[in-house]
Design a protein around this ligand. Structure first.
Ligand SMILES: [Zn+2]
Length: 130
């Protein structure tokens, strides 16, 4: 099974079992055989290294993405919890104006900062994947 240059579409193809070009369908009978060389071992190992680095980068990106998603969800949850508890505390005081309520601003601020950090991690992960 040789690689030939299709005379019709000029692509390097492996002919179908009926001899037709898999790209354009023209017959590849008599087409020029494209010589295939073994790669340079140094080049092959450079490609392997490149692939390994890419895989490591993708793994790191996946971890960052997962961590970013967790932080984003937890941040939204914490901020929402802070708001709900603050509003509930305020409503529990009643309309007579007596009593104390508290605003859990710390939870809202911490939640928003977690959300921002989470979005940042996701953006970093996206950069790694490019
Ligand atoms: Zn062709």
């Amino acid at each position: 099974m040789a690689i030939v240059e299709c005379a019709s579409c000029k692509r390097n193809v492996i002919p179908r079992s009926d001899g037709g070009c898999p790209s354009c369908g023209a017959s590849t009978a008599g087409a020029t055989v494209v010589p295939v060389h073994h790669g340079d071992p140094a080049e092959a190992s450079a490609w392997r290294r490149h692939e390994e680095e890419k895989r490591a980068r993708m793994d790191a990106a996946r971890l960052l993405q997962a961590r970013g998603n967790q932080l984003t969800v937890a941040g939204i949850g914490l901020a929402a919890l802070g708001l709900v508890i603050s509003v509930a505390s305020f409503l529990a005081v009643g309309t007579d104006g007596e009593g104390r309520y508290f605003l859990w601003t710390g939870a809202v601020i911490a939640g928003i900062s977690m959300l921002v950090r989470g979005r940042g991690l996701i953006a970093e992960a996206k950069k790694l994947e490019d």
